[in-house]
Design a protein around this ligand. Structure first.
Ligand code: MN3
Length: 241
């Protein structure tokens, strides 16, 4: 056998054996058909930072309780609500709550409250990062805020005032409608702009559990601190992505 033919045989042999490996692996990856299929349930998303990473603006104990107790409770309750409804399992959380009319009436309020709780907390925690003294929007979002609200300072004032004025528990939002217009809004409970066909760009939790260890009754102070924590890269992706 000439050297060239030998090399081709080696190369061909490798290719065939690799292919055989892939083919033999394939059947193992297909789901078993005769066995019980595990329902796909929601899980507590990991925080992208340590509990103390938001100090001094939000204290470590508040972040820990908020995430591991409050958010976990919403995860557990929405899972319990959809346990007997396979058609609702495995949906991204925003898909579950975006169309509450398709959720059976028996569990609709529970899904609204706790599914909203899961979606809003996932977004809230993901949208923060270790604080900066000077922390301002970037890119296309910064430009849109300037043109729609007359500048960041005016926007910040309006947003804070709305979030402070939300009566009782709820959320403050910057949302985007289908026409591409930004709006400041607040929602009670765990309602979200997603339920009304709008996309969240920015969110702050104004439930007392979000701030009462450090700020007690001073919601306005907690919101003033929150501005230092906004991950504007994340908000920019929400807006322009
Ligand atoms: Mn909360």
């Amino acid at each position: 056998m000439r050297r060239r033919d030998f090399m081709m045989t080696i190369a061909g042999g490798l290719a065939v054996s690799e292919l055989a490996g892939l083919c033999s692996a394939a059947p193992d990856q297909s789901p078993p058909t005769a066995q019980h299929k595990e329902p796909q349930m929601y899980t507590l998303t990991k925080l992208p930072y340590a509990f103390d990473a938001l100090e001094p603006y939000i204290d470590a104990r508040t972040v820990e309780i908020h995430h591991t107790k409050h958010q976990q409770t919403y995860v557990d309750k929405v899972n319990a609500a959809i346990k007997d409804y396979p058609q609702l399992q495995g949906l991204p959380i925003n898909d579950l709550i975006a169309d509450l009319d398709r959720v059976p009436e028996a569990i609709r309020t529970t899904v609204r409250n706790n599914g909203g709780g899961v979606a809003n907390h996932e977004l809230y925690f993901a949208m923060m990062r270790p604080g900066k003294q000077e922390n301002r929007p970037i890119g296309k979002l910064a430009a849109a805020i300037d043109s729609q609200f007359g500048g960041f300072d005016q926007f910040q004032q309006k947003f804070s005032a709305a979030a402070v004025a939300q009566f009782g528990s709820g959320w403050g939002w910057l949302s985007l409608d289908k026409q591409g217009k930004l709006a400041i809004e607040t929602t009670p409970g765990h309602d979200t702009p997603v339920m009304f066909g709008r996309k969240p760009v920015l969110v702050v939790d104004v439930w007392e559990h979000a701030y009462y260890l450090k700020h007690q009754w001073r919601r306005a102070d907690s919101i003033a601190d929150w501005w230092h924590l906004i991950n504007w890269d994340f908000a920019e992706r929400n807006f322009a992505g």
